[in-house]
Ligand binder design. Structure first.
Ligand code: SAM
Length: 279
């Protein structure tokens, strides 16, 4: 029984890091002509209303997209992130695009989207969000199993995005096993894994397990509203990227350092970028 609904969290500070990273990776993959396959294990509903009861109940988007919406002269990557959110709105911030729409709005005609979502309510919403997009296939299936059947893609070029809700604590181990299985089948693929920082010990264990997989070229990016990981709730979240495009780390560093020094300068927000495993 799945209880997590991304509608409560859409557009929050965690989505800001996740979707900026996603956008940057896809943009780099699209620099070469070969078809890019975007495979998402946990796609969510695709598009969210920020005036819904769920979004207003937490108001989380005010600490993410809400902070950027009226900010002029953003650096390039953040400006593209904002442009993508603007593309699903008409002047006023009312909708927030989930990762499937960020991908759909960044990818080209020759590319493909493979979107898995298990939730019975969110799956039809996902289908609706990409209904006129012939590049997209939606699967009402377990994303862990389905993604294994989708790699390697025919073009041998692609990004697998793993964005679970970590409702089940064993998911911290499951994502590492999943990355090992996927990487064995498709070693040249790009992989992005999102993680929440709720329990610092769990993140430490996740990082240790990733370093022990034998997989090379692993980077970690983390953005948080404060470094007090003992405070209740989620104060930070991160992205693990495997086979990262070569400019990604610098690009994220530039944009998130700028964010900390401007938009979040009156907060205790922090940013971290590190290489976990090299070449
Ligand atoms: N990636 C989305 C975005 O950024 O817009 C948000 C996804 S949300 C964090 C996680 C989603 O995974 C939920 O909608 C949940 O219903 C779904 N889910 C949970 N377990 C799943 C599984 N095994 N396979 C596919 N979807 C799953």
């Amino acid at each position: 029984m799945l209880s997590y609904r991304h509608a409560f969290h859409a557009g929050n500070f965690a989505d800001l890091l996740k979707h900026t990273t996603l956008l940057a990776i896809l943009k780099h993959l699209c620099e070469k002509p070969g078809a890019v396959h975007y495979i998402e294990t946990h796609a969510g509903a695709g598009k969210y209303r920020l005036d819904s009861q769920m979004a207003l109940k937490t108001g989380e988007f005010s600490q993410g997209i809400g902070k950027l919406w009226h900010t002029p002269q953003l650096p390039a990557l953040l400006a593209e992130y904002l442009n993508t959110v603007q593309a699903v709105n008409h002047g006023e911030l009312l909708f927030y695009p989930g990762s499937p729409l960020f991908a759909a709005l960044t990818l080209r005609q020759q590319d493909r989207l493979h979107l898995c979502e298990l939730h019975n309510t969110d799956f039809p919403l996902l289908q609706q969000s990409v209904q006129n997009d012939r590049r997209a296939s939606c699967y009402h299936e377990d994303g862990y199993k389905k993604s294994l059947a989708l790699v390697p893609p025919v073009s041998k070029r692609g990004l697998v995005m793993i964005d679970p809700s970590y409702e089940v604590k064993t998911e911290y181990q499951q994502v590492v096993t999943q990355l090992k299985l996927l990487h064995k089948r498709f070693a040249t693929g790009v992989y992005a894994l999102w993680y929440p920082v709720i329990d610092a010990a769990k993140v430490k264990e996740l990082v240790r397990a990733l370093k022990n997989t034998g997989i090379k070229r692993i980077q970690r990016f983390e953005f948080g509203l404060n470094q007090n990981h003992d405070a209740a709730g989620m104060n930070a979240s991160g992205m693990i990227v495997i086979n990262s495009p070569w400019r990604l780390k610098q690009e994220l560093e530039d944009n998130f350092t700028w964010l900390l020094n401007s938009v979040y300068s009156d907060t205790e927000a922090y940013w971290l970028a590190e290489e976990l495993v090299g070449e």
